[in-house]
Design a protein around this ligand. Structure first.
Ligand code: ADP
Length: 421
């Protein structure tokens, strides 16, 4: 463990494809990361003193007649490129498993699964057993869009890769250091007692930013993970002290299809309207959930799309609803940055990550536009960039950086650590 800790503090040990860390024989480690309509995967040779990417791939468009399935090698050369019908997740995962068993790729010696939520009881990254899967599945309500496919894939991986140890790596794990005043919700104790609290998500992304910053991790750091799902986290000395997502990933910042934090009265108002025509309580709850997490956010406000690129095109054509959706988004992110500066007592560094954080130059500029009095000033020329960069002006008190997340590498690191145990 001391060796591991020493590595984690080492600034120059990280690069996206090669990472010097462990003291065990070289083994192929497979990472599985499932979304509601996709399964992404990558494999690394994780050995004595390095991480080397072997290949990565994805099967996307589950539930459609025309999905995509591709695998490319570490240099980006496509080894498989297909457009199969993907009626369900069983067909999708079988494609992945068959390809990985074809002999073209080294068989995995261990598998790491990204899991958004393990519920109130599964808090540690650990070896997956059938009982553990059942336990995590019983808390599907904590991450309803993610848990069903993730537990399905875990069960299939145990079946299709017999004898290979599978490990769960949780997005909540990084947030375990939050103090109680950050996670305790203002609700009656009986609900707190059954696990209704702030958990926080995107933890593997946050962890990977701290990992990449290594010795450059400042005392007071805010990371904004802005993707289809968006969240923001306050980090002190490398440890999470507060985060925007709550019991579920629906809380916090407005994102692609989710409300983010909202007056509970809105949900009650909508629920009463739904209940008037939906007498079955479970059906009414499903409809309310669809309202808050599938039909709201950038999609709901714009009426156009949840995708930032599409919104920017609509704005360029003068669409006022698209403009309002993006303004709500950037204004909300700026408000959370301000509130987390209050939590941290100031700020040394702000990091943007995630698809929007890395690529949407205009969103970064709009978020930071009013933050000059808080010491956050972007340099427009430096900000005119996609991918890793320092984008703050010389005059800025706070360093502002763009750093792509490296979630898969964090999962490999956890798998290696757990194998070493
Ligand atoms: P997820 O949460 O699904 O992992 P990502 O982190 O991939 O999502 O982020 C997806 C978001 O990033 C989308 O809104 C997409 O429009 C946005 N995005 C990706 N590339 C660009 C780009 N070049 N310019 C602006 N936005 C982009």
């Amino acid at each position: 463990m001391e060796i591991w800790d020493a590595f984690n503090k080492s600034a120059d040990a990280f690069s996206p494809n090669i990472l010097r860390v462990s003291f065990m024989p070289s083994l192929p480690v497979l990472v599985l990361n499932s979304g509601s309509s996709s399964i992404k995967f990558s494999a690394y040779e994780a050995g004595n003193c390095e991480r080397r990417k072997l290949h990565e791939g994805a099967v996307d468009g589950i539930g459609t007649d025309l999905g995509t399935f591709w695998i490319k090698d570490a240099e980006g050369k496509k080894l498989i490129d297909q457009s199969p019908a993907l009626p369900n997740r069983a067909v999708a995962f079988k494609l992945v498993a068959d390809a990985l068993h074809s002999g073209q790729f080294p068989p995995p010696a261990a598998i790491g699964h990204r899991m958004v939520s393990g519920g109130p009881t599964v808090k540690e990254n650990q070896l997956i057993t059938p009982a553990l899967i059942d336990e995590m599945e019983s808390y599907t309500a904590f991450a309803p869009l993610h848990t069903p496919i993730a537990v399905y894939i875990m069960r299939q991986a145990l079946l299709l890769f017999p004898g290979v140890p599978n490990f769960v790596c949780l997005d909540t794990y990084f947030h375990r250091t939050m103090p109680e005043e950050a996670w305790h919700m203002p609700i009656p104790e009986e609900y707190t007692a059954i696990g209704v609290r702030r958990y926080g998500y995107h933890g593997l992304s946050y962890e990977s930013i701290v990992h990449q910053l290594a010795e450059q991790t400042p005392q007071r750091l805010i990371v904004a993970h802005l993707g289809n799902g968006a969240s923001i986290t306050a980090i002190r000395n490398g440890k999470c002290v507060d985060t925007s997502m709550g019991l579920t990933p629906t809380g916090g910042i407005i994102s692609g299809t989710r409300t983010g934090d909202i007056d509970p009265g809105v949900l009650l108002f909508v629920l009463r309207r739904i209940a008037a025509e939906t007498p079955n309580t479970a059906d009414a709850a499903d409809k309310l959930e669809a309202f808050a997490s599938k039909k709201a956010g950038l999609l709901g406000v714009s009426g156009v799309t949840n995708d930032m690129r599409g919104l920017r095109e609509a704005i360029a054509q003068g669409d006022p609803r698209a403009r309002m959706a993006v303004t709500l988004f950037t204004r909300t992110v700026a408000k959370w940055i301000g509130s987390f500066m209050a939590v941290l007592g100031g700020l040394d560094m702000l990091v943007f990550t995630g698809g929007i954080g890395e690529n949407d130059i205009a969103s970064r500029a709009e978020i930071c536009a009013g933050l000059g009095p808080l010491g956050i000033v972007l340099d427009p020329t430096r900000n005119n960039v996609r991918g890793e960069a320092l984008i703050s002006a010389e005059s800025s008190f706070v360093a502002v950086r763009v750093i792509p997340p490296a979630e898969d590498l964090m999962i490999v690191n956890h798998v290696v650590r757990l194998l070493q145990k």
